[in-house]
Design a protein around this ligand. Structure first.
Ligand code: SAM
Length: 242
């Protein structure tokens, strides 16, 4: 099958300029309209600077080299083995959904933008074969792309799941899960005009806060997460419930 049409990108901008352009774009979408800003970019389709058509090397590194923290895709429950459920909120083209599926997870890729939802389905139809089973003993999981807003619960039903469904693994490379949301669940987090979190870093954790159990530079990451000499600047952070 021929590749689905991908529009030539408006500008092949250096990273700093692309960030500035994104920041200018999102200055027109405040608060609850923020997700609409993403939807607009996907519908225009010619300025998607985060879209790399390849899964995150940092996620692959974590799944292979940090099993002590994230475990395997199969878990024993009530004497039976089941596949872990994974969620990729704001999955974009869905590349990390395919990676987790190849590692054996049952994955939900959630997207607000219709353009991204379509792009993910088309990409998976054409490229899933490029994501072979990682471990024959574990096998392949499943994938489902769902449209919805991460901050509301309706999409769980669309995904065929109960409203109180818990995921075993949530992977975010999109800033949807600012760390402050994890240490202060249910608390409104304020942002300044530059999009930075305005929160006292020494504020005590809120009830039901997750705890951070790992924080490191991954062995590899996308080029945008490296300095000019190729040193990895990105971090992986792993959080879990107490
Ligand atoms: C920077 S992109 C990252 C996409 C993908 N994770 C990747 O690494 O290529 C952020 C994505 O999150 C989606 N998004 C933003 N807000 C969302 C929300 N509230 N619910 C679901 N998806 C959202 C956007 O449509 C966009 O595709």
């Amino acid at each position: 099958m021929a590749d689905a049409e991908v529009k030539p990108q408006r500008k092949d901008l250096p990273v700093e300029q692309a960030r500035a352009e994104l920041s200018r774009h999102f200055s027109e979408y405040r608060g609850s309209e923020y997700a609409e800003g993403w939807a607009k970019l996907w519908s225009q389709g010619d300025f998607l600077p985060w879209d790399r058509f390849a899964p995150s090397p940092a996620l692959a590194d974590t799944l292979v080299n940090h099993v002590e923290l994230v475990g395997h895709a199969l878990v024993e429950e009530n004497g039976e083995k089941r596949r872990k459920r994974a969620l990729v909120p704001g999955c974009g083209r869905g590349v990390d959904v395919l990676l987790l599926e190849s590692f054996g997870y049952d994955v939900v890729g959630l997207e607000y933008a219709e353009g991204a939802f379509k792009a993910a389905q088309e990409y998976a139809a054409e490229h899933a074969k490029e994501y072979p089973v990682h471990d024959e003993k574990v096998g392949k999981g499943s994938r489902k792309f769902v449209r919805g807003d991460f901050y509301k619960d309706e999409w769980l039903v669309d995904a065929g799941l109960e409203k109180d469904t818990k995921f075993d693994l949530i992977y975010d490379y999109t800033n949807l899960l600012q760390m402050e949301h994890l240490s202060h669940p249910g608390v409104e987090i304020k942002y300044n005009d530059a999009g930075s979190v305005m929160m006292n870093p020494f504020a005590p954790d809120s009830p039901n806060a997750l705890e951070r159990v790992g924080h490191w530079h991954p062995a590899d990451t996308h080029k945008v997460g490296k300095d000019a000499d190729g040193n990895v600047e990105d971090y992986i952070a792993v959080w879990r419930h107490h």
